[in-house]
Design a protein around this ligand. Structure first.
Ligand code: ADP
Length: 489
């Protein structure tokens, strides 16, 4: 209760533009709900196209001065912001759990991970080196400079209400860009809490602007961000369907785009795998965030020789380790899904698989705890033609497919249009190399199910996205290169 009270001290009911807490011009607001209980946590402005235009104007004006700050100055502010986020870890995590539902221990993990991007990019800000190029003729000197791209329009999802923001904003601000962010309608409170801490850290007004809106206004706001010529860059994390809309909208102004879209991760367990290691890797990869991450295992491919042993071991661990409940309760490992629409989708995929011959080893239906809860589920005998293997589940369902050979596993794994994360378990070193190279995925875990980290790059192949976030490449998404040639020397 104490943590809930202090979390509320970081809760805001206004959007944040030009360093001011503001209402929508229309005066409209929308409610933010706790997905666990359905209770109303508060309300925030339901902004529209005219509000985002104003935020863009502010960000553009501010960019004219912010771009002239030194990397060191920006680094100092980002580092302070990082420190403040960690100091407020408990409050930020509680607020995140209240609006998103994930267990508070996971929410604390997200705050540490998310804040880590602010620290990482505070360091990277100082290392955006250019090049000096050996001249082909003696009267010239040539170099490449890196400069901030301009105003960045950012659109983020609800599953990581903190980290998906810091991963973008940290890089953008470090590069010298200013930002207009539209956080997901389900989770605007975590975004607004970050504004308060940014201001305390000394980030000047107009650098980080947050425009909140309900789902109805997401389209018009996104369109404005894509089509407004004062915005130079769009970075989006969310579904592939929305990513495609944004990409086409960006064509008219040839905007730079970074997209982190949906996945359909294969998790391959070969006969030679250490079964206990594979089971524990799958538990963290599949059931974190109740299965609602874009790198969660979506298709568990298990080789025939260990199939029965693996399914039995997995069922045992699911039953003994997972506890469905309210995210604020310390014992909970599985919070609610984000909303009823999500539960309906998961339930539909399970029913479809069962109707086509999959068998329910455990779980398999909604949980009696409430409208947004779904039981941790294990489906065996899934085939790759079932909808559950074709679509992103985004819920706590492990669907297991049997395979015979490595070639077959790779063919199934690579048969989809997404290519975000892939995982496999083996004790055969040659197979480890071979399969790592053949998987058509942007991130690969070998005998490891938890692979995201600020130090490395994150991004997808195929329809899973464009560009990379985090790591040493992440800041490049917010920088332009300029070739400068000096003549007459
Ligand atoms: P999810 O199904 O996980 O919510 P979405 O891609 O639908 O994934 O949503 C990700 C983010 O994109 C959310 O903040 C959502 O409000 C926003 N969004 C949805 N539709 C559009 C759109 N047409 N233009 C811009 N943003 C959108």
């Amino acid at each position: 209760l104490e943590s809930v009270r202090t979390a509320v001290s970081l809760q805001h009911d206004k959007a944040y533009i030009d360093g001011k807490w503001v209402s929508a011009k229309s005066g409209n607001t929308f409610k933010v709900l706790n997905p666990s209980t359905g209770q109303v946590l508060g309300s925030v402005p339901d902004m529209d196209r005219s509000d985002v235009q104003q935020a863009i104007d502010v960000a553009y004006r501010t960019f004219q001065t912010w771009k002239n700050t030194t990397a060191k100055e920006r680094s100092i502010v980002l580092k302070k912001w990082f420190d403040l986020c960690l100091q407020h870890k408990k409050e930020l995590a509680t607020l995140l759990t209240l609006e998103m539902g994930k267990p508070v221990s996971e929410a604390e993990g997200e705050i540490v991970y998310g804040s880590g991007f602010l620290e990482w990019f505070a360091e990277e800000a100082k290392r955006t080196y250019g090049d000096v190029i050996p001249q082909p003729t003696s009267n010239k000197r040539m170099l490449v400079l890196k400069q901030p791209v301009g105003v960045a329009g950012l659109i983020t999802p609800w599953n990581f209400p903190n980290a998906m923001i810091t991963r973008k904003v940290g890089a953008a601000v470090a590069a010298g860009c200013t930002v207009v962010l539209r956080p997901a309608e389900d989770t605007p409170l975590s975004a607004l809490a970050l504004c308060e801490l940014a201001e305390k850290a000394g980030l000047p007004p107009g650098v980080f602007n947050v425009v909140t809106s309900n789902r109805d206004n997401a389209g018009p706001i996104g369109k404005e961000l894509c089509e407004n010529s004062l915005v130079s860059k769009i970075s989006f994390t969310g579904s592939t369907a929305v990513g495609k809309i944004l990409l086409s909208q960006c064509a008219s102004t040839v905007k730079r785009v970074s997209l982190e879209l949906g996945g359909n991760a294969p998790f391959i367990v070969f006969d030679s795998a250490d079964v206990d290691l594979a089971v524990s890797g799958l538990m963290s990869c599949k059931f974190r965030c109740s299965g609602q991450t874009c790198i969660c295992a979506n298709r568990v491919l298990v080789q025939a020789g260990i199939y029965d042993r693996f399914v039995e071991a997995l069922a045992k661990v699911i039953k003994s380790q997972l506890k469905v409940g309210d995210g604020l309760s310390a014992a909970t490992t599985q919070g609610p899904l984000i909303n009823e629409r999500a539960v309906e989708k998961v339930d539909g995929l399970v029913k479809d698989a069962v109707s086509k011959g999959a068998s329910v080893v455990c779980g398999g239906s909604r949980d009696s705890l409430g409208a947004n809860f779904y039981q941790p589920t294990l489906l065996s005998g899934v085939t790759s033609s079932m909808r559950i293997a074709q679509e992103e589940i985004f819920g706590p369902v492990a669907s297991v497919i049997k395979f015979q050979t490595e070639e077959e596993a790779l063919a199934v794994a690579n048969s989809v249009t997404s290519g975000l994360a892939g995982y496999f378990y083996t004790s055969d070193i040659a197979q480890a190399w071979r399969v790592s190279e053949k998987l058509e995925y942007g991130l690969v875990g070998v005998n490891e199910g938890a692979i995201s980290t600020v130090e490395s790059t994150f991004g997808g192949w195929k329809e899973s996205g464009i560009g990379r976030e985090g790591g040493k490449y992440g800041i490049n998404e917010y920088l332009e290169m300029k070739y400068v040639c000096y003549g007459g020397i």
